[in-house]
Design a protein around this ligand. Structure first.
Ligand SMILES: Cc1cc2nc3c(=O)[nH]c(=O)nc-3n(C[C@H](O)[C@H](O)[C@H](O)COP(=O)(O)OP(=O)(O)OC[C@H]3O[C@@H](n4cnc5c(N)ncnc54)[C@H](O)[C@@H]3O)c2cc1C
Length: 502
C-alpha cells in the first residue's frame, strides 16, 4: 500500500497561492487529500496590473475555465506581443510578437529569407511578416482560426489582466472544490526534530495548522523555504541590475492597445499594460544609477493618460533560490525568485512550478530523486528566462547613460554568449529542450536590437533574389489584408468579454 500525501498546506494567497490551490483542487478529490490555504489580509499581496504569455491559456484550460468568463472577471484584454522602444538605440522600435515571423520554406527558417532580402535592400522590418505584430500595430484582434490553411491560424495571444482579480477568481474556483482558507498571519513554524520537515504553523490568532507537504507562496518574504529552511538565494543583479519599481495606474487615452509596451529609460525601462478599465504602468530602474524621485518623475512623464493615484514603490532582488524544493516544502512565485517583468514570465514560472510538481507528484516518502529532478528543471527554466532578459540589455548601442554603458559592456553568462555568437556568425537560432522562448522570440530581439548575422543560409543565398522577394511580398500582403479585416481590439472585447460595471 502506497503511503500518500494527505494534507497539503499552501501559505500565501497571492497569484502563486491561489494558482496552486486551484490547480491542485482541480485534480485531487477533497475526500482523498485535504488542501488548506493560509493567508494574511494584514500583509496583502504584490498585485500590479500584469501581462502574461500564451501558456496561461493552457493553465486556464486545464482548470476548465471559460475564457470569456475569466476575462470579464479579471478585466482582461488581449496581448499579441510586446513593443520594445529605444532598447537597441534611441528612436528604434520593434515588436516581439507571439506566433511566428512568416512561414518557413523548404525546411529553412523564414528569417533567413528575410535576411537575404534585407541584404538586397528590403526596407520592411521582420515585424511586417508577423500577423500578431501587424495586427498589434493596428490595435486589431481576432482569435486564431483552427484551420491551418487560414492566415488567422498564425495568431497567438496572451492576456493583460488585474492580478488581484485573478487571485480572487481562482480563490472562488478553489474554495468551490473544497480548498479550506484560513485567515491569519503565520508567526512560528515548527519542524520535526529528526528530518527537519515542516510540521506545524502557528498563527497570530492561536490556530495551529499541520500538514505533510507545504507550498511557500509568501512572496518576497519566502517565510518557509528561505527563512525557516535556510535555502539561499542566487543573486543575478550583476546581469540584471534593476532593483526597484515605481508603479501607478492611469486612465486610458486613445484606442485600446492589443500589446504591451516597454520603453527603455536612462536607468531601466517603463511598461504600459492596458486592461479594460485602466492602464497599468511601472518604471523599473536601478537604484545604483537613479534616485527614487527621478524614477517617479520619469514614470509620470511617460504616462499616456492621467495618473489614478500616487506611485507605489516595490523593491526587489533579481535571482532565484538555490533550490526550489527542500524537505517537504516547495517555493512558488516571488518566494522562489524574481526576474523582472520585461517578458512577462513570473506567472508563467509559477505555472511551470505547479505543472512540474504535478508531473512529479511524490509519495509521502518524498524520494530525493524526485525533488532533485524538480530542482534541476526549475533551475533550467529560471536560467533560460534570465539569459533571454539579459540579451535585451546587452544587445544595445546605447551609451547615453552610465547604466546603458554598464549593460552594453558587461560580461554575460556563457550560455547566452554562445547563442549571440551563433546568431552573429550565421543567423542560426535554436530552441533547446524545453526552452520557453521559441526561435521567433530570439530572432525578434536579435534583429530588433541590431544584431545582424555576417552571413545568410547558403541555400537561400543561392536562390533567385526576385523569387524570394516575391514570396515575402505576398506573405506581407496577406497579413496586412487579414489584419485590416479584423475588428478593433476594443470592438472585440466589447462583444466577447466586457467587464461588468459595478
Ligand atoms: C513590479 C512587479 C511587476 C510585475 N509584473 C508582472 C507581469 O507583468 N507579469 C507577470 O507574470 N508577473 C509579474 N510580476 C510578478 C507577479 O506579481 C508575481 O509573480 C505574482 O503576483 C505572484 O506573487 P506571489 O503570490 O508570489 O506573492 P504576493 O503577491 O506577495 O503574495 C504573498 C502572499 O503571502 C501572504 N503572506 C506572506 N507572509 C505571510 C505570513 N507570515 N502569514 C500568512 N500569510 C503570509 C500574503 O498575505 C500574500 O497573500 C511582477 C512583480 C513585480 C514586483
Amino acid at each position: 500500500m502506497q503511503n500518500r500525501l494527505k494534507n497539503l498546506v499552501i501559505v500565501g494567497g497571492g497569484t502563486a497561492g491561489w494558482m496552486t490551490a486551484a490547480a491542485l483542487s482541480s485534480l485531487l478529490s477533497p475526500d482523498d487529500v485535504s488542501i488548506t490555504l493560509v493567508e494574511s489580509d494584514q500583509i496583502g499581496t504584490v498585485g500590479v496590473g500584469e501581462a502574461t504569455i500564451p501558456d496561461i491559456i493552457n493553465f486556464n484550460r486545464l482548470l476548465g475555465i471559460p475564457e470569456a468568463e475569466f476575462m470579464k472577471a479579471t478585466e482582461a484584454t488581449f496581448k499579441l506581443g510586446i513593443e520594445f522602444v529605444d532598447w537597441g538605440r534611441k528612436g528604434q522600435s520593434y515588436i516581439h510578437p507571439f506566433g511566428d515571423h512568416g512561414v518557413d520554406m523548404n525546411g529553412i527558417d523564414f528569417h533567413q529569407y528575410w535576411l537575404q532580402c534585407h541584404k538586397n535592400g528590403l526596407d520592411n522590418p521582420i515585424d511586417d511578416y508577423s500577423l500578431c505584430a501587424v495586427a498589434a500595430r493596428q490595435n486589431k484582434f481576432s482569435l486564431p482560426d483552427s484551420n491551418p490553411k487560414s492566415v488567422l491560424s498564425h495568431i497567438r495571444y496572451a492576456y493583460h489582466f488585474d492580478a488581484t482579480l485573478y487571485a480572487k477568481f481562482l480563490r472562488k474556483y478553489a474554495q468551490t472544490r473544497g480548498v479550506k482558507r484560513i485567515e491569519g498571519k503565520v508567526e512560528a513554524v515548527s519542524q520535526d526534530a529528526q528530518s527537519g520537515h515542516i510540521e506545524t504553523l502557528r498563527l497570530d490568532n492561536g490556530t495551529a495548522v499541520t500538514g505533510d507537504f507545504f507550498f511557500d507562496c509568501t512572496g518576497f518574504r519566502a517565510l518557509l523555504l528561505g527563512q525557516k529552511l535556510g535555502v539561499g538565494f542566487m543573486d543575478w543583479s550583476h546581469w540584471l541590475p534593476c532593483d526597484a519599481a515605481q508603479t501607478v495606474a492611469s486612465a486610458h487615452n486613445g484606442p485600446l492597445k492589443s500589446y504591451t509596451r516597454s520603453t527603455a529609460k536612462p536607468a531601466g525601462w517603463q511598461w504600459r499594460i492596458p486592461t479594460q478599465r485602466r492602464t497599468g504602468n511601472g518604471h523599473i530602474y536601478s537604484r545604483a544609477y537613479m534616485s527614487d524621485d527621478e524614477a517617479i518623475s520619469i514614470l509620470l512623464d511617460g504616462l499616456d493618460g492621467d495618473a489614478l493615484g500616487d506611485p507605489r514603490q516595490i523593491r526587489f532582488k533579481t535571482g532565484c533560490r538555490e533550490t526550489f524544493w527542500s524537505k517537504n516544502c516547495i517555493a512558488l512565485g516571488l518566494s522562489s525568485g524574481f526576474l523582472e517583468p520585461l517578458e512577462s514570465t513570473s506567472i508563467y514560472l509559477i505555472q511551470q512550478g505547479i505543472s512540474r510538481f504535478i508531473s512529479l507528484f511524490p509519495d509521502a516518502g518524498l524520494p530525493a530523486a524526485v525533488s532533485d529532478e524538480y530542482n534541476r528543471l526549475m533551475r533550467e527554466d529560471f536560467e533560460q528566462v534570465r539569459d533571454f532578459l539579459i540579451l535585451h540589455y546587452k544587445a544595445t548601442e546605447r551609451d547615453d547613460s552610465p547604466f546603458w554603458s554598464y549593460c552594453r559592456t558587461m560580461d554575460v553568462p556563457d550560455t547566452l554568449k554562445r547563442k549571440i555568437e551563433l546568431f552573429k556568425a550565421a543567423g542560426r537560432a535554436f530552441r533547446y529542450e524545453d526552452e520557453l522562448f521559441a526561435k521567433t522570440s530570439w530572432v525578434a530581439v536579435f534583429l530588433g536590437q541590431s544584431i545582424m548575422p555576417q552571413s545568410v543560409d547558403p541555400i537561400v543565398a543561392a536562390l533567385p533574389p526576385q523569387d524570394v522577394a516575391r514570396s515575402l511580398d505576398s506573405m506581407h500582403m496577406a497579413m496586412m489584408r487579414a489584419a485590416q479585416n479584423m475588428p478593433t481590439h476594443e470592438e472585440f472585447i466589447a462583444r466577447y468579454c466586457a467587464a461588468t460595471i459595478d
